[in-house]
Design a protein around this ligand. Sequence first.
Ligand SMILES: Nc1ncnc2c1ncn2[C@@H]1O[C@H](COP(=O)(O)OP(=O)(O)OP(=O)(O)O)[C@@H](O)[C@H]1O
Ligand SMILES: [Mg+2]
Length: 327
Amino acid sequence: MGKIITVVNQKGGVGKTTTCVSLTAALREMGRKVLLCDFDPQANATSGMGVDKSLSLGIYDVLLNEVEPEKRVVPTRYGDVLPSSKGLAGAGVEMVGIQDREHLLRRALEKLAPKYDYIFVDCPPSLELLTLNGLCAADSALVPVQSEYFALEGLSDLMYTIRAVRKSLNPHLELEGVLLTMYDSRTNLALQVSEEVKRFFPGKVYSTVIPRNVRLSEAPSHGVPVSVYDPLSRGAEAYETLAMGSPSAPTTGPAGAARRTPPWRRSFCVRIRSKRKEEFPCGKGKRNGQGPQRPVGRGLFRRFFHTVLHPAGFPDRELPESAEKEL
Ligand SMILES: Nc1ncnc2c1ncn2[C@@H]1O[C@H](COP(=O)(O)OP(=O)(O)OP(=O)(O)O)[C@@H](O)[C@H]1O
Ligand SMILES: [Mg+2]
């Protein structure tokens, strides 16, 4: 039976979708069976996984038209997706008349859970009925927190909601962990926020932090996860470390249990990065359309995944043009 992890924070733009997409792809590369359920009407996770959100009503059909969930699962190279659509925006109102409406998602995902190791649910930035469904369906909640001042506001509301859900609707709900995202280690603010968050959630903050990395924000515009767009970027590496964390859990254990990137991979990445800088100083050649394009997947590490772990392989893509230098 797969573990259902709801990625939740009512604050917008903190990295919920990026975390869902990147972790799904990282775990898939590691050979796990993973489903990403996009439960946000914005459908960012759907398009981030390269699925056309206009093709079906996805999870809306499952919840309100009683379509079998397997029929709406879209397989991709980076993991399976239960897509979202704009229709989901009105679902909150349409669900009001339905009995036991907080458990609609749970009933749908229970049918799919035996087929997967992990199911991630990407929640919208609110604490309304959709998010409530996400929490009722989950075994645990993963909370991404942006490493900025305002990120701390609202965390107590979120914890209040989680406690209320645990008390009355889903007694099995646990806090999987709190993930610091968009972390800029050059600023004192990031450090202060990290200390505040650790004080607020003692023993629950992952020691792996997700750095602010431009590759993470570029990847969705190409409809691929960062591990495909630029597998050697710091963002891809951080999510990979998080996914590698523990054999039993999809993410690194809270505070201190994280496994660091193995030394052989670190030195490999350093070598590749310095070579890349020689070829593409500041990426200017690419910006002007000059110079060769670096195919993604040239590295030995990726080849190992392609040929040994994933004989079917990931697409050997050309690296899309990037206008900015990696942070
Ligand atoms: N670590 C990061 N470094 C740089 N940019 C990031 C990082 N994580 C996310 N982003 C970018 O920040 C924006 C918001 O991220 P994302 O969509 O994952 O947040 P969200 O919490 O799902 O937002 P929403 O609440 O609207 O659903 C996106 O443009 C994304 O590409
Ligand atoms: Mg989102």
